[in-house]
Design a binder for this molecule. Structure first.
Ligand code: FE
Length: 154
């Protein structure tokens, strides 16, 4: 069991942006269809809310220019210019592309955290914490497995 943490894992308040939204153009698939379209590892994280081991993800130390997309549906999630070195062992961003992410209270594992999911396919991405850098003060802590990278300018 691996859990996003670092020395700070408390979130006392919901973060200001990206509140839950009612978006009608969701990508809906059955579990059988998801199993068919994802690798076992992607399925475990995106559909079963798993967490990859710290420091081994393919995008943890990855700092090329481009866009990070959802590995489940291809939706654009994060711009490379918002990625920073958090030292936590998972890719971290201080902001998300507007509308790309939804937030959910997550009180599992004895912690109060805010889960982040893809707005389009509801795939689990990771969690968002209030200990990020300026200008947002947020840390979107994301599994590498949940994302694909498209190099180049936006
Ligand atoms: Fe998605």
């Amino acid at each position: 069991m691996y859990v996003f943490s670092c020395q700070y894992s408390q979130n006392k308040n919901k973060t200001s942006s990206n509140k839950k939204q009612n978006i009608s153009n969701k990508m809906k698939k059955t579990e059988v269809e998801w199993k068919r379209s994802l690798t076992d590892q992607e399925y475990r994280i995106l559909r079963e809310k798993g967490t990859e081991r710290a420091f081994i993800g393919k995008y943890d130390g990855h700092f090329e220019e481009g866009v990070y997309e959802c590995a489940g549906c291809g939706s654009k999630l994060f711009q490379s210019e918002t990625k920073y070195r958090s030292g936590c062992g998972w890719p971290a961003f201080y902001d998300a592309i507007p509308g790309a992410i939804e937030e959910h209270d997550d009180n599992t594992l004895g912690m109060r955290r805010i889960e982040i999911t893809c707005s389009k396919c509801d795939g689990h991405l990771g969690h968002v914490f209030n200990d990020g850098p300026k200008p947002t003060g947020l840390r979107y802590c994301v599994n590498s497995v949940s994302m694909d990278f498209q190099p180049g300018k936006k």
